[in-house]
Design a protein around this ligand. Structure first.
Ligand SMILES: *Cc1c(COP(=O)(O)O)cnc(C)c1O
Length: 426
């Protein structure tokens, strides 16, 4: 469920975000622009937390995956509800801290943490470092000892389960770069228990993204449970079980994902009787449906042989998912015109054929100047945007009720140029 709805008015319907017509934001901020709904962000977080608690998990840490949407206002909205943050770089840790999320609710994940990043995390009291490889365990041990501290670590396990909506976002198979095998994890955990600079507190997994089937998750979580039990049998304590993120969202024509209630019930079942503190790292399911990318039609170009191109002012640098993952986004006119729907190829201005959002999409008739919204764009949208083709970084707006605020302004061309420096010989 989200808070982007068509509201009927005098001149026909218009798409709103909560109490704000999207056209008002387009006029005030220009296009392209991302628009996020506070009510949807809050609802998704709350629904997940209530489902997990309802399934008998006590006090779970919901560490929102910052990479999905890293805007500090979004992080603060979630942090105010008690969310933690799952981070994969120093930059993301800094964002979480800037949003007021305390170190004790921050998890540091990722396959390639540098020494400097580990030191930064430890100096800022990050609760848990998810270690993904043996050399990394030794590195964390060394850095922590140098800083005179003891790092709480979880071992990231690759449970060898195939899951995820696209090969580029599947992370739980043995042949991809994430984590260590189950048997390796057991050995590393025991090793870590003997190191002066680390304290192993748990095990973690994250098997992929945009997962719409509970079966692979259930298989992976069952393996994680077995791992916890085996480690405990060796006389070691395991306090935390981090089950990652990955739950899918409905991108309109996709398989319907499981509900948070089904997800939570499955976890309750698989981990029944395991006395442990749970952590989760949801990204997409919190943010995706809480955002749209708003764009304006520049022109409609009809080829004599029949193709009809809708050229809009948003491009692959603003929303990379269609080009990168063949992703489908529902596209809705902000003020739908009456008339026969027509097939459109929706494209951006970038000089690459890859800058095609969709082909033969049947939409209500559109004209130059009309606004369109790409739905379900709140996750992996602005966070993946760039200035490719020297297009200005796309701005972001947060709506709450009938108010809105620009939470990342569009830079000026002077800002863009001022970031570069001439070489002394030029
Ligand atoms: C990307 C990622 C997530 C979030 O995945 P979603 O599919 O957005 O829920 C969580 N944990 C880790 C380690 C990740 O890399």
């Amino acid at each position: 469920m989200n808070h982007f709805d068509l509201v009927e008015g005098e001149g026909g319907g218009e798409l709103y975000c909560e109490g704000v017509p999207l056209s008002r934001i387009a006029e005030a901020v220009g296009t392209p622009v991302y628009v996020y709904s506070t009510a949807t962000l809050e609802r998704h977080y709350t629904v997940l937390r209530d489902a997990l608690v309802g399934a008998g998990l006590k006090d779970p840490l919901i560490a929102y995956a910052v990479k999905a949407n890293s805007n500090v206002a979004v992080l603060r909205t979630l942090g105010n509800l008690g969310a933690g943050a799952d981070t994969v770089s120093e930059g993301e840790i800094r964002r979480a801290l800037a949003a007021g999320i305390p170190g004790e609710r921050i998890v540091f994940s990722g396959v390639g943490k540098t020494e400097g990043e580990i030191a930064f995390a430890l100096a800022h009291g990050v609760a848990e470092i998810n270690v993904e490889a043996e050399p990394e365990l030794h590195l964390v041990n060394r850095v922590a000892q140098r800083l005179g501290t003891r790092a709480e670590v979880a071992i990231r396990v690759n449970p060898d389960v195939e899951a995820g909506g696209h090969a580029k976002i599947s992370t739980g198979k043995a042949d991809n770069k994430f984590g260590v095998s189950l048997s390796e994890a057991e050995r590393l955990y025991a090793n870590a228990a003997n190191m002066a600079g680390v304290r192993p507190v748990g095990v973690a997994c994250h098997i992929g993204s945009q997962i719409t089937d509970l079966a692979p998750m259930e298989a992976a979580f069952g393996k994680m449970r077995g791992l916890v039990e085996r480690i405990r049998k060796e006389g070691l304590t395991v306090e935390r079980l981090d089950l990652g993120g990955g739950l899918g969202v409905p991108y309109f024509n996709q398989p319907t994902p499981p509900t948070p209630a089904d997800y939570a019930a499955m976890i309750g079942r698989v981990t029944q009787g395991l006395d442990i503190r749970f952590a989760f790292e949801p990204g997409r399911m919190i943010a995706a449906n809480a955002g749209v990318l708003l764009a304006r039609v520049i022109l409609v170009h009809e080829r004599p042989e029949g193709r009809r191109f809708l050229v809009i002012d948003a491009a692959m640098n603003d929303l990379l998912r269609p080009a990168m993952y063949d992703a489908y986004h529902d596209i809705r006119p902000v003020k739908p015109r009456p008339g026969e729907p027509l097939p459109y190829d929706v494209v951006g201005p970038i000089c690459e054929t890859g800058d095609t959002f969709t082909r033969d999409r049947v939409l209500p008739p559109l004209e130059a100047g009309d606004l369109v919204a790409f739905m379900t764009a709140g996750a992996y949208g602005a966070a993946m945007s760039s200035e490719y083709n020297s297009r200005l970084l796309v701005p972001e707006v947060l709506v709450k009720g009938d108010q809105f605020a620009v939470v990342r302004p569009r830079p000026t061309y002077d800002d863009m140029l001022a970031r570069e420096a001439p070489a002394p010989w030029l």
